[in-house]
Design a protein around this ligand. Structure first.
Ligand code: ZN
Length: 321
């Protein structure tokens, strides 16, 4: 009886494999019930076959084909996005792999966090004990710096400096733990407006990632809506989100433009930033009046020179040349 049923199951498997290239998975699908509902008796006999197959190690019958065996393994794994893996598992992965599994978007990740790293998420989700631990670690580091520059860290004037600096540093980099989705907060309105919108002279305070000293300046953001407009105050807030982290001006400009493009899907976005870098003013070449201008134009601003020039003259960047 067992032998007979097993042969029958094998035959059924062969039939199924012959009718479809997906092989093993199809057998289970047929047994579990596909779109076609089999007759009652038919179903019973199939169920019996499956039982017997599993009893006498029916799966072994398929060992002949290695590829089939491999496919069977995959059936037991949920079709999960690697990003859904629990935090603990993700940490074990090497850094390179982590960046591959991230969203293809250049600036906004699947969870609304921008240019995320392991540290970003840790900072966002930390408990109060972990926050205290982080602050203590930073305090010790600043104390070391004070010692290394030749100060006495126990001198009254600088006694609280490590704490103050650690807190200030966390503020300067608060953009790491902000979420673009929270900032935009659905403030996108269908207005049928398709003319250029510009917010200019947005003050920017950011930190140069090479020297950890500030660069400050102004950013001008323009976009041409595709019927939808974004709450006007959201543009400076998006700029702030990307500025409050370690940056280089070129990337900051690009990230703001890409984020707006992604959130709003307008006809085009243009971002220009002019700023003064303290790492250039206070050290290095010590050129105090030098201004660095960066721009990023997307969509129709990139395609149409006339649109681009209109934007540049409206924000007043053209004046200087
Ligand atoms: Zn620098």
């Amino acid at each position: 009886m067992v032998e007979f049923a097993a042969t029958e199951a094998k035959k059924a498997a062969q039939d199924s494999a012959a009718s479809s290239s997906t092989g093993v998975s199809d057998i289970d699908d047929a047994v579990n019930g596909s779109a076609q509902v089999p007759q009652d008796s038919d179903r019973k006999s199939k169920r019996r076959k499956r039982k017997i197959r599993s009893k006498d190690g029916g799966a072994d019958e398929f060992e002949g084909s290695k590829s089939l065996a491999k496919r069977r393994n995959s059936l037991h794994k949920a079709a999960r996005d690697p990003r859904d893996e629990p935090e603990g598992k993700q940490r074990k992965k090497p850094k390179v792999e982590e960046s591959i599994t991230r969203s293809p978007s250049p600036v906004i990740d699947f969870d609304g966090l921008s240019r995320p790293s392991r540290g970003t998420r840790e900072r966002l989700e930390e408990s109060s004990e972990q926050a205290a631990e982080r602050l203590e670690k930073m305090r010790n580091a600043v104390r070391t710096i004070l010692e290394c520059v030749g100060e006495d860290p126990d001198r009254e004037g600088v006694l609280d400096t490590p704490t103050r600096y650690a807190k200030a540093m966390l503020f300067f980099t608060k953009g790491y733990q902000q979420n673009v989705k929270d900032i935009v907060n659905d403030a996108i309105f269908h207005e049928g407006h398709n003319e250029m919108v510009i917010v200019k002279d947005i003050e920017i305070f950011s930190l140069c990632e090479h020297h950890l000293v500030p660069f400050t300046g102004k950013m001008h953001i323009g976009y041409i809506p595709n019927n939808n407009v974004i709450g006007i105050s959201k543009l400076p807030r998006i700029a702030e989100l990307f500025a409050r982290r370690l940056q280089v001006q070129e990337r900051l400009t690009r990230e703001v433009a890409n984020a707006i493009m992604e959130i709003l899907k307008p006809q085009g976005v243009a971002v220009v930033m002019e700023s003064s870098h303290l790492c250039m003013v206070m050290r290095g070449v010590e050129k105090t009046t030098a201004t660095t201008i960066t721009s990023c134009v997307l969509g129709c601003f990139e395609r149409k020179e006339k649109t681009r020039n209109e934007f540049l003259s409206l924000v007043g960047v053209n004046r200087r040349f």
